[in-house]
Design a protein around this ligand. Sequence first.
Ligand code: 0O2
Length: 196
Amino acid sequence: MTNEQYYDLIVPYQDALNLLKARLDVLNHSMYGSASHPIHNIQSRIKQKLSIEDKLERMELSPSFTNAKENLQDIAGARVICYFERDVELLAEQLKKQNDLILIKEKDYIANPKKNGYRSYHMVLGIQVCTIDSTEYYPVEVQIRTIGMDFWASMEHRVCYKQERDDKEEIQKELLRYAKILEEIEEGFEQYNDRR
Ligand code: 0O2
């Protein structure tokens, strides 16, 4: 893929991401009124050219514009960090209710955490992008999680994720323990919040 093809590829994904972020802003302001907001922060990214090419190669596909568009659902990604687990659930529910968005894929690693302790709610949403001559849906991968889940995932990503290590099993056990401790701490905060 040439640089020019890469930039042509990502323009509508960036548009889709911007449209989704505007939706999230509105939900953030309106979900609980002006009293409090569910979202702590939002991070977003467009996949780098090299990461797109690497991923296609891992899928045994040639790294072309067409293969990227037809086979990748994470060219655009948003990570939404909420305060409480209940905020994650409500936000996901609200997004699913918006009937001009398409739910392409959903993975609930909060209801079903991964073996290593990873917890997060994932969805791929189809966002309608209207230009002067076309209307098309583009996928955006959305990860919604709490501050504690994000802390755990960021640290695990740093020390372990996709790495070959001799002590991987041992580390995984320890990481699972940390995930449980963080879950307990967050439950404590949520209970304090409910008692206000
Ligand atoms: P990176 O480096 O964060 O970009 P996919 O891999 O997206 O094609 P799949 O299996 O449906 O397909 O993805 P899934 O399970 O929804 O997970 C996708 C993303 O979730 C990962 O992206 C990570 O960001 C995050 N994730 C999943 N499992 C873990 C985990 O065990 N630890 C951490 N820290 N993050 C996880 P990438 O592209 O794999 O990685």
